[in-house]
Design a protein around this ligand. Structure first.
Ligand code: C2E
Ligand code: CA
Ligand code: CA
Length: 533
């Protein structure tokens, strides 16, 4: 087990190994997805072909049965009976007069004569497969593969007419092993009209109400609509040999998927390398002192008096460009460098503002914590050491934690409780963007909620989220928590929030993040909008 963990660790520390794994995983995924799609398409085209064949076949059957019925009706209506030359003439007239009648015959006990002379003997005639009130039907009168031999026979009285197999096979291209069967006796008996006998009934339940196409693993069964409930016409075709048919398509899919997988692997490698280089750049930035802390003042909304500030980190590169914390904080959280950043911010706050905080005991600075800061008691010890060094009260440093940062609420609760026990305030940041509920909040040792800018933006608009801020405010009041509104950009928002009972706010309306000197000046003046950074 330790060897396996060591191997895993080794893999994850080599970007090219990770890239190969990503490429292999995506190749497997892409290939199986494309094979799946190809199979699906094949199944669909099989079903479509079956439907088309079925429709063509049904049309032909209607024509054939129409003519057979007409022929046998004509013979029944004429007065001649018995095997006389007049009968032969009548039989031949009917046979020649219709395209689909291959043979017409008169059968009365031992006496039998046919339009084809002596070529065909009808004796002994077996009992009909279907006995209707007027007509009798014989199916599969021969299974010999002779296109001229009868496949269907229709009888009325002592007359029978038949159609040849060829009239049925010329419209359907039955695949090898396929059959046309007539299903009788409530689906229990199947007689093949064309093609070999089939295993019947199918393994899954067969009922007249069944959808027209039944797809089994080895064959497709297509049920054609018939007017009579007594019998059903069914076309059965073995399924195409999928692996063989797929070959052509796979040759296209293989190189395509491999190419895409290589691209993904390359992208992963680039991303890892870029992340690595950014994380080593960040390390250098920390060492060279390229990180700075700005302070965004927090105001009492009614009096517009500054009560504190939020410490916000900035990365000013040597060329003067600023990298947003939104870019490097998530990276630092992944690499663990965030601990160094949090310590740096705390240290910088006390170094820059220690004097100001000592002279204004009611002023506070709030510091953002990441998930890993909340999961261990370390930050409390760091703060205690720095506060003692700068002789600042713990109540003047607040900590902001986001809902996302509370991965393990039980552990976080103990650490937050320890921070509060020594006098720090605890704020829940970006409130409303996570899964927080009233019940969850009640269990957390917090002093204040910060409402996310998104909900402040929605205030006064018709958007569905416009009601979120008032809801959070009511919730906070019920729990006796203070509320700070974040991202206030216009006067209307400040007035509305104030009327809703929110006492504190920060945002560009009052001041953008300021450097330590600007913030100290603002505090000295009492209240004033600071200059933009
Ligand atoms: P956040 O904690 O929610 O900080 C508030 C962000 O909203 C800040 O962006 C602030 O400049 C911006 N903001 C304040 N008022 C307004 C306004 O009226 N309009 C607009 N459009 N924006 C406003 P910033 O400084 O870019 O920080 C972004 C995020 O980076 C912070 O969100 C926080 O999650 C993180 N962050 C910043 N500094 C630190 C830090 O020292 N430690 C940690 N762990 N995270 C930090
Ligand atoms: Ca914050
Ligand atoms: Ca926030």
């Amino acid at each position: 087990m330790p060897a396996f963990i060591a191997l895993l660790r080794q893999i994850f520390h080599h970007p090219w190994m990770l890239a190969i794994m990503a490429a292999l995983a995506s190749a497997a995924l892409l290939l199986s997805a494309s094979i799946g799609i190809a199979l699906q398409q094949m199944k669909q085209s099989e079903s479509e072909q079956m439907n088309a064949q079925g429709e063509r076949f049904l049309e032909r059957l209607e024509q054939v049965f129409g003519q057979l019925r007409e022929g046998v009706d004509l013979l029944q209506a004429q007065p001649v009976r018995g095997c006389s030359p007049a009968m032969l003439t009548a039989l031949q007239q009917v046979s020649l007069g219709s395209r689909f009648i291959y043979e017409a015959a008169y059968v009365d006990g031992d006496i039998a004569c046919s339009s084809r002379g002596d070529e065909r003997a009808f004796e002994p005639l077996r009992a009909p497969d279907i006995q209707g009130p007027t007509y009798s039907y014989w199916l599969n009168t021969t299974t010999e593969p002779n296109e001229n031999l009868a496949a269907l026979m229709l009888g009325r009285g002592k007359f029978v007419v038949s159609t040849s197999r060829g009239h049925l096979t010329d419209v359907v291209d039955l695949p090898p092993g396929g059959s046309l069967v007539v299903v009788l006796d409530n689906g229990t008996r199947a007689i093949p009209v064309l093609g070999p006998p089939q295993v019947w009934p199918p393994p899954s339940a067969w009922s007249a109400s069944h959808k027209s196409l039944l797809e089994l693993s080895d064959r497709l069964i297509y049920r054609m609509p018939t007017k009579s409930p007594d019998y059903q016409l069914v076309l059965i075709a073995p399924r195409a040999k999928l692996p063989l048919k797929m070959n052509g398509m796979l040759w296209l899919l293989f190189p395509g998927s491999l190419l895409a997988a290589c691209c993904i692997g390359w992208l992963v490698l680039q991303l890892i390398l870029q992340k690595r280089s950014m994380s080593s750049e960040l390390q250098n930035a920390l060492r060279r002192g390229e990180l700075q802390v700005l302070y965004q003042p927090i105001f009492e909304l009614d009096t517009r008096r500054c009560v504190g500030a939020e410490a916000l980190v900035r990365w000013r590169r040597p060329d003067g460009t600023l990298t947003s914390p939104d870019l490097f904080i998530p990276l630092a959280e992944n690499t663990g460098q965030i601990r160094q950043i949090t310590d740096f911010v705390l240290q910088r706050v006390l170094e820059q503002l220690g004097q100001l905080l000592r002279s204004h005991p009611n002023l506070y600075i709030s510091v953002n914590l990441a998930a890993c800061d909340v999961m261990v008691p370390r930050i409390g010890r760091v703060a205690a050491r720095l506060l003692a060094l700068h002789k600042v009260a713990a109540s003047q440093i607040a900590f902001e934690v986001t809902e996302r940062g509370l991965i393990d609420v039980v552990v976080a609760r103990d650490n937050l409780q320890a921070l509060r026990a020594v006098g720090h305030q605890v704020l829940i940041d970006d409130f409303g963007t996570g899964y927080s509920s009233l019940a969850y909040l009640q269990t957390l040792p917090v002093d204040c909620l910060k409402i996310d800018k998104a909900f402040i933006d929605a205030l006064g608009h018709d958007a569905a989220s416009s009601g979120v801020a008032p809801h959070i405010i009511r919730m906070a009041h019920d729990l006796h928590l203070r509320v700070i509104a974040e991202g206030i950009e216009c006067e209307d928002q400040a007035v509305l929030l104030s009327s809703e009972g929110v006492h504190y706010g920060q945002g560009w309306l009052f001041a953008r993040p300021l450097n330590a000197r600007q913030f100290a000046e603002l505090v000295a003046r009492g209240h004033q909008t600071g200059s933009a950074m």
